[in-house]
Unconditional design. Sequence first.
Length: 423
Amino acid sequence: MSGPLGNLPGMTYDPLKNRYFPTPKGPLQNDQPAPSLYASTSLPRKGRPEMVLGLLDCQLQRKRQRPDIHESVVSGPGRKLVKGRGRMGVGMGKRSERGEEAILSKLQLDAEHHSCGCHGETITSYKSFGEEAYLATTDHGKLVMHGPEGETVVFYICPQVLMGVHFDIMRLTLIAISGGADPHVHLFKRDPQMLDHIFMSHSELNLSGGDMYEVSSFDDRCTIGGHKSLTTINYTSSFTTSNRRLPSDALAVHQYSRDLVFTGQRSGLVTCEDLRVKPKSPVVVGGTRGRKAVVNVKRVQDGAVPWGLIVSGMGDELLLYDVRFSDKPLHTFQGHINNYQTQVSTALSPSGTHLFASGSDNRIRAYSLLTGSPLTPWPEDEYHQQEENPLVKEFEDKITGLSVRDDLGLDVVVKGQLLRFAK
């Protein structure tokens, strides 16, 4: 039976509960079409507006199992960019056999993606999905969409810098946030009654101070960290923005739920902002020991470290807090280096028990959140060095994005280049 959003690939509508649920895994029946990244239409794939929301379908699907093959990344009319070696997947058997830590310490360079196209163009935000798909934005106003079957499509959205992208699967909505002198939002919404129709609109952003440092989103909420303020975007019924004053600049933002936002500030404090109530005295949940600027925050899932919060700041500080006790961190991760960059990246493994962090020395380090000890690259010999494990590699430029995929591979963004590591 079709629900209010129509037929969603990978989802089944329950009329009694009025909800969509993931369809149980199993072989495709003869009368069922194969999953597709694109909406059904007679138009060619290149340049179709349906691709802007095509990844909404990808998130509801799982990548089909297939043997190791060579694959090519293509952007534009038949222009081959790079060929990978086809080692992107890690089986569930190996994961349970060797353990997550053993796999993460043995990663090797698998593929390089050059989807920007212009010299000097950099990736400003990056999100990976599943084992292959990802979304990225660039400082040339482009949206890069890479599907689960390996096809890359680039859309030119805006002449200004795109700071981030947010998509809402259940509401069939995608928004691209543009910074610069004229901050604004591009909104793409698919008609639930006619899925081939996409409404596109443009709305101005009323930022308090004009600066935009980081974008984070959850469900139907999107929050922007700016000059002594947070700006929250709401688009469910009509497009509205609300500003929340802060005592210091919000350099780092993590929207943990629809209502709770963890904010790392230039003052060195991390506060938890409840968007349901008016701001009063700040609720401090962590901070840097030397009160240097906080440049990255990430709330850890409770199943891994209950009430855990990652705090990265100037002064070579990388800390794990229990948000209930902000006076002293649980762990201080040794070896992290960041003494001048305002933008570093962190990424958690799917289990939430391992942390990857980039530093100002253009290197990546990994730690166990349970013990606080670093992950040791393996094996420790010359061959291992030549294979370019991300934990020993010195990258050519600063690392602006990190993401651990579902197959325990690591994605690393360096300027306009995406490096994918796999076991």
